[in-house]
Design a protein around this ligand. Structure first.
Ligand code: MYR
Length: 131
């Protein structure tokens, strides 16, 4: 289960990923220490997500397979959805400004929440520990 509160512990290639996303170096340095915390509550095919970081706090509701809007901390607007494939959440989000696609997955590995990201050929991961 994904339910619980997850605090980011470490990231892999996240700076390169953000650079590919067009995030400037100042924001990338800040984002490297964003203390991201995600609380996930799944009820059937519905998710309630609380996100908090040094940038902001927000709450998001989505249903698996149903498109919703999500704005990144730097203001980039996206639209897309999550689906469940086996034990993995798979997200596909399209940027509104350039039409390019970001894909992301969430999976539990050894008690940690691993979120992968891909944008325009660059992969990254952020690994979260349960609070
Ligand atoms: C959620 O389930 O938490 C809401 C939807 C998340 C959409 C995908 C998030 C991608 C975040 C990428 C950060 C990029 C920074 C440049």
């Amino acid at each position: 289960t994904f339910n619980g509160t997850w605090k980011v512990d470490r990231s892999e290639n996240y700076d390169k990923f953000m650079e590919q996303m067009g995030v400037n170096v100042v924001k990338r340095k800040l984002a490297a220490h964003d203390n991201l915390k995600i609380t996930l509550e799944q009820t059937g095919d519905k998710f309630h997500v609380k996100e908090s970081s040094t940038f902001r706090t927000l709450e998001i509701d989505f249903t698996l397979g149903v498109a919703f809007e999500y704005t990144l901390a730097d203001g980039t607007e996206m639209q897309g959805s999550w689906v469940m494939e086996g034990d993995m959440l798979k997200g596909t989000f399209t940027r509104k400004d350039n039409g390019k696609v970001l894909t992301t997955t969430r999976t539990i590995v050894g008690g940690e929440l691993v979120q992968s990201y891909n944008y325009e050929g660059v992969d990254a991961k952020r690994i979260f520990k349960k609070e």
